[in-house]
Design a protein. Structure first.
Length: 363
């Protein structure tokens, strides 16, 4: 037999045995190899964006409202003269603290003292006449008509006495309540008529701080709510909502809100600008910086987060409170992995890779 045929047969048998043994496996060509062999461009690999995230946990936050207003006296009265005469004494001065019943000014008594004695004498005379008429009537020496006349005369005399006493009392002008004399408009020698102004008195304890609130804000307030008031040049103090107007301004469409706070010694003056911080309620919110905010495709303000599957999700948010350090926002889950770097380059529903950083590294 030809030697070359023998060698060829041995090689063929060896190849068949190797294939049968299972050690031979045909490897599939890679897309790049196929592309090279066919001359077509290789398909591009999908690039997964990388973002930096920070874990944020919702906290209980006291939602507050900030209003500005002015301080006002709880009451202010212009004291008017109730009897005519000449001012003979003014023991008070403008700006001083005054107590209820304290004298502001005196009006000359003139002939009032003489009229008082005359009225007292008339009462005594008619009282005697009445007693006599009553005794005679009992003995039927006087008619009932005469007795009624004696009663009428006595009552008229008593009314006259009361009138002169009231008039004398009005010659002393007194403070109707504790307060500050904002103005004294009479001086010694002035002649005053009934209805003339003599002084202005204002009550500053408690003091009111009045401001204007929108319809939405006013509807969320109630009487007795606490507020922190900070007058210009003063210290923050706690007060309560004492008045909420039921009639809105036709020009500004706002509602008057008054806060009442203690003011012993009238330390806080009237007319000061004051800041009012009112508590609107407690809510769960996230404290974030404006840098994490972004807009949805429809223009809604919110933040982007990465869910448990590494997918970007957009959440619209509502501003609860704004501070110099950051903002309190609601509308997020209690725990959220916020995208703090790269949020503008990814879209909702997109797969991303993320690296979680600490709060101080998230800028």
């Amino acid at each position: 037999m030809n030697k070359s045929y023998v060698i060829a047969g041995v090689v063929a048998l060896s190849a068949i045995a190797w294939i049968a043994s299972g050690q031979y496996k045909e490897e599939a060509a890679s897309p790049e190899e196929i592309a090279t062999a066919t001359g077509s461009p290789a398909p591009e690999k999908e690039i997964v964006p990388h973002v930096r995230t920070r874990l944020s946990t919702a906290q209980e936050h006291v939602s507050t409202l900030l209003l500005f207003g002015r301080t006002e006296g709880v009451r202010s009265v212009q004291i008017k003269v109730e009897t005519a005469g000449r001012i003979v004494a003014v023991p008070t001065k403008k700006g001083q603290t005054i107590k209820k019943g304290e004298v502001i000014a005196h009006i000359d008594m003139a002939d009032r003292q003489a009229r008082l004695k005359e009225a007292e004498a008339m009462v005594k005379r008619f009282a005697i006449a009445y007693e006599a008429a009553q005794k005679l009537s009992q003995k039927q020496f006087r008619s009932k008509v005469q007795l009624a006349e004696a009663v009428s005369n006595l009552e008229t005399a008593k009314a006259g006495l009361r009138s002169i006493k009231v008039d004398i009392g009005r010659t002393t002008i007194r403070a109707p309540f504790d307060g500050i004399l904002d103005d004294v408009s009479v001086e010694i020698g002035d002649y005053v008529a009934i209805g003339n102004a003599s002084a202005n008195i204002v009550d500053l304890d408690p003091i009111l701080v009045a401001g204007e609130a929108t319809e939405r804000v006013a509807s969320g307030l109630k009487l007795g709510d606490t507020a922190i008031v900070n007058p210009v040049g003063g210290q923050p103090q706690e007060g309560i909502v004492s008045y909420i107007s039921k009639v809105g301004s036709t020009t500004t469409r706002t509602f008057r809100v008054e806060i009442s706070l203690p003011n012993p010694g009238s330390v806080i003056a009237e007319g000061l600008t004051a800041e009012m911080k009112l508590e609107l309620g407690r809510v769960k919110a996230h404290f974030l910086t404006p840098a994490v905010l972004t807009l949805s495709d429809s223009g809604e303000l919110g933040v982007k987060v990465v869910d448990g599957g590494g997918i970007v999700r957009f959440h619209g948010v509502q501003l609860i409170d704004d501070t110099p350090e950051g903002m309190w926002l609601s509308g997020l889950p209690d725990e959220a992995e916020l995208i703090v770097v790269g949020q503008e380059f990814v879209r909702s529903g997109q797969k991303v890779e993320s690296t979680q950083v600490k709060a101080e590294q998230a800028s």
